[in-house]
Design a binder for this molecule. Structure first.
Ligand SMILES: Cc1cc2nc3c(=O)[nH]c(=O)nc-3n(C[C@H](O)[C@H](O)[C@H](O)COP(=O)(O)O)c2cc1C
Length: 200
């Protein structure tokens, strides 16, 4: 598949970094496009900057002379991670004023897979309505809401609970974490007698 990762100026650059790290382990063709404000947040949040493998193609937001600005060269999947509320609003309203927003517009019109990963909290009615618009237009929303049942012990492990959901939904699964009911016995609760029974 051809996978385009859009990175915006929302907090959570580490989600994009971890996602790209795993995608680089696959045989998919990976491209990255940064929004106008993404570099500022990346420099705040990622001490070593955004690390991209040699196979990843990186594009800026300014030029529409990028492959994914046209329906004739649409990626199979576009993931906007983290997705700012500004970019969410622009995409929801077809405001294709930069390469990232235009790519999302193209992905929707060509009926390819668009995944938005917002981390905003709390949300206002405008955010919720824009998310609804994305869903109605065929896009998917995977909020950056970590889970804890795998007992993540590091920030990276917490982040990976979200990243694994993104990879699965993008159709590019990578064995990031044990899947539910694949956890080692040691982390199961002993309070449920049925659980004990099934493991003896
Ligand atoms: C450190 C930092 C963190 C930010 N976090 C968020 C965020 O979580 N969500 C959001 O919508 N905007 C956030 N912003 C504001 C966006 O960067 C700003 O709205 C920007 O115009 C978004 O533009 P873009 O969508 O083109 O990246 C943050 C800004 C900074 C400097």
């Amino acid at each position: 598949m051809r996978i385009l990762v859009g990175i915006t100026g929302a907090s959570g650059a580490i989600y994009a970094q971890r996602l790209l790290m795993y995608l680089e382990q696959t045989s998919h063709e990976i491209s990255v496009v940064l929004s106008r404000y993404a570099p500022v947040v990346i420099s705040e949040e990622l001490p070593d900057g955004l690390q991209l493998g040699p196979g990843v193609r990186r594009y800026g937001h300014r030029s529409m002379h990028v492959p994914f600005a046209s329906g004739s060269n649409v990626p199979d999947v576009m993931i906007i991670v983290p997705c700012s509320m500004g970019t969410l609003g622009r995409v929801a309203h077809g405001y294709s004023d930069d390469a990232l927003a235009r790519a999302a517009d193209v992905v929707l019109k060509e009926r390819k897979r668009l995944i938005l990963v917002p981390r905003e909290t709390p949300m206002n009615l405008i955010h919720i309505r824009n998310l609804e618009t994305i869903l109605l237009a065929g896009g998917q929303v995977i909020p950056a809401n970590p889970s804890f049942y795998t007992r993540p012990a590091t920030v990276e492990a917490v982040v990976d609970t979200v990243v694994s959901r993104i990879l699965d939904n993008a159709g590019a699964p990578v064995d990031v974490l044990p899947r539910w009911q694949e956890e080692p016995d040691s982390i199961r609760t002993k309070s449920d007698p049925e659980d004990d029974e099934s493991h003896h």
